[in-house]
Design a protein around this ligand. Structure first.
Ligand code: HEM
Ligand SMILES: *[C@@H]1O[C@H](CO)[C@@H](O)[C@H](O)[C@H]1NC(C)=O
Ligand SMILES: *[C@@H]1O[C@H](CO)[C@@H](O)[C@H](O)[C@H]1NC(C)=O
Ligand SMILES: *[C@@H]1O[C@H](CO)[C@@H](O)[C@H](O)[C@H]1NC(C)=O
Ligand SMILES: *[C@@H]1O[C@H](CO)[C@@H](O)[C@H](O)[C@H]1NC(C)=O
Length: 549
């Protein structure tokens, strides 16, 4: 009977029916039977196409995918898995599991990821081999009692260690922070000596600026100078533009889509940055060069490593600063409270030192950034709350040895992810107001900032080395801006062509406060997300302190 029926159905239809039936069978086996038989495996979020799994969703809207996973688990925050490019990624969101995962540095490795990152940044295969090689007596790169590298670390771990030492609170970090602030202070002015003219939104209203451009331009410029002096600017005057374009599409490099048959938008800025980094190099990284020479790393690979370090230093800073300032501008009481804190960190110079001829406005005043950083609870609470809501990234590790976390078995060869947004919006930890921006939560409950479900800087051995510097840069930037200028929202400012038209009810758009910018979470996040294109904050700024003398 069935055979007769099948005879009458044309072959393609039969084939499709058989395939569909097999697929249903496979799906039933994978997502119903297997979990029952192997309860210690993390449950997989079901999918229809083997191998491909959730790949598209992961790259297009990973936040939505992870939320779908949490819902599938009835928001119990039990570990689950998604399937990306054929591999399982275990998703960890329960605070106790997060702590365990950050602690287990043996079965879970950062090195595999770092290796992939280096290759994607274009470190050549030979250099790659050499860079992972730990010097042994008799090797080409072994110097007994090497004063530069006394622990005989392989180059990768040597670079990591030197960079970390540089960023640890202390003398070196202070120098970086000071260099950043003096550069930012210099460029935060109108006219040919400053950068503010480049952020103008409106030809007629000269003081009407894009807040996002302001943060981005001044901060990338200042970080670049703090790391490399004026070297890179001298080699390529457009270096800041290249870095900004690179950061915009950095995810393509990180995920390995940077090179290939097609010219991607990241290729051009990456090439320009590499060219500049191949020239005269950083004073701050000069310790690295002799060891790179010793190990025998080619110029291209060396530049690739420098680019990675440079990129880590700029990628988050302007986005976080932009959001903080946006919150301040949309809430007057926050603004005033922060202003009080930043004003308290300015120091007058001793009278004998002040010289009337030293030029620009408030050049005599000094910002005590250490004081600011340690004595601004409100600004700090806003900083923390911004990091809580705007960090769309996650810590990723590779499973190198079968291990058990939260009662679930992780198989070697897969990866795991600790997604910060999902930790930071865990309603069990943060309560019903989890999605509101409410900095007072950190002031009311001091323990929240130490909760394992608050991890904006990651955790474990590779916890962000730059967090002290990051905070000083952000706080210092805001202190200078508010000290020097009167900053306010430009009511009814045209955001772009469409927004400058009269509003729907026909009334002119004057006097309206534009809506608060929305976050762009359409590309895989590597840190603090930015606003979506065209949703800037437009500000009118005027000089507060009249020129002295
Ligand atoms: C608000 C700003 C920042 C955020 C949210 C942030 C976030 C992070 C996170 C989450 C990690 C851990 C990655 C992991 O373990 O998987 C990390 C690592 C790191 N960050 Fe940051 N970061 C910021 C600013 C900076 C700055 C300004 C620098 C340097 C100047 C920096 C340098 C580094 C370095 C070197 C590491 C790697 C540490 C290691 O390999 O052991 N970060 N960052
Ligand atoms: C979630 O709850 C539903 C209904 O109570 C249940 O059928 C399902 O198995 C639960 N899912 C998981 C992953 O526990
Ligand atoms: C902000 O978070 C840090 C940890 O990242 C914590 O040390 C600090 O006390 C927090 N401050 C406030 C005001 O919440
Ligand atoms: C900061 O925001 C911009 C604009 O949305 C984005 O291109 C960039 O990748 C963001 N930085 C990070 C670290 O996500
Ligand atoms: C989000 O940012 C990416 C690159 O960072 C950009 O290509 C995309 O157009 C942005 N999307 C929106 C809606 O702004």
């Amino acid at each position: 009977m069935i055979r007769e029926l099948l005879h009458e159905v044309p072959f393609p239809v039969t084939a499709i029916l058989v395939l569909a039936w097999l697929l249903l069978l496979w799906r039933f086996w994978m997502f119903t039977m297997k979990p029952l038989m192997r309860p210690s495996d993390p449950k997989e979020l079901p999918y229809w196409i083997p191998y491909v799994g959730h790949t598209l969703a992961f790259f297009r809207a990973s936040d939505k995918l992870l939320e779908r996973g949490l819902n599938y688990m009835n928001r119990s925050h039990e570990i689950f898995a998604v399937r990306v490019l054929g591999k399982k990624i275990y998703i960890i969101t329960e605070p106790a599991d997060v702590t365990a995962a950050f602690r287990d540095s043996e079965g879970l490795s950062f090195d595999g990821l770092l290796g992939r990152l280096l290759r994607n940044f274009n470190v050549k295969p030979e250099a790659f081999e050499r860079a992972w090689h730990k010097p042994q007596p008799g090797d080409w790169c072994y110097i007994p009692n090497n004063p530069l590298n006394p622990d005989q670390l392989d180059l990768i771990h040597f670079v990591e260690a030197v960079y970390k030492k540089q960023l640890l609170p202390g003398e070196h970090e202070e120098k970086l922070s000071q260099a950043f602030l003096s550069s930012a202070s210099k460029s935060m002015q109108f006219g040919p000596d400053g950068l503010l003219d480049n952020c103008q939104m409106n030809e007629e209203i000269r003081r009407r600026l894009s807040l996002y451009s302001l943060c981005r331009l001044v901060i990338v410029d200042a970080v670049t100078r703090s790391f490399f002096g004026n070297h890179l600017h001298n080699i390529d005057p457009d270096i800041v533009e290249h870095m900004i374009s690179f950061n915009r599409y950095a995810w393509m490099v990180v995920f390995g889509f940077g090179t290939g048959l097609f010219e991607t938008p990241v290729a051009k800025p990456q090439k320009a940055l590499m060219a500049a980094l191949k020239g005269e190099e950083a004073w701050v990284l000069k310790q690295l060069l002799p060891v790179m020479d010793l190990v025998g790393i080619d110029v291209e690979s060396r530049a690739a490593m420098l680019l990675m370090s440079y990129w880590a230093a700029i990628s988050n800073e302007y986005n976080v600063t932009f959001w903080i300032l946006a919150y301040l501008l949309y809430d007057e009481s926050l603004f005033l409270a922060v202003k009080q804190e930043t004003e308290a960190a300015w120091r007058q110079p001793p009278p004998s030192v002040a010289s009337p001829s030293s030029g620009g406005e408030d050049q005599d005043e000094q910002l005590d950034v250490m004081y600011l950083s340690a004595n601004s609870p409100r600004l700090e609470a806003i900083f923390n709350e911004t990091l809580r809501l705007r960090n769309g990234a996650g810590a990723i590790r590779e499973v190198t040895k079968t291990c058990v976390i939260g009662g679930k078995v992780f198989q070697a060869g897969n990866s795991l992810m600790i997604p910060f947004r999902q930790l930071h919006t865990n309603e069990k930890v943060w309560g019903p107001t989890v999605n509101n921006f409410d900095p007072s939560r950190f002031l009311d409950k001091k323990s929240l900032a130490r909760h394992p479900s608050f991890r904006p800087f990651g955790g474990g051995a590779t916890m962000c080395a730059g967090k002290t510097l990051a905070k000083e840069e952000v706080f210092g930037f805001i202190a200078i801006l508010l000290r020097r200028f009167d900053v306010r929202l430009a009511a009814g400012a045209p955001l772009d062509e469409t927004a400058s038209r009269p509003s729907k009810d026909g009334s002119p758009n004057i006097g309206r406060i534009p809506p608060f910018p929305l976050m762009n979470d359409t590309v895989p996040s590597l840190g603090i997300n930015g606003p979506i294109d065209g949703m800037d904050v437009i500000v009118d700024i005027t000089t507060r302190c009249p020129k002295k003398g």
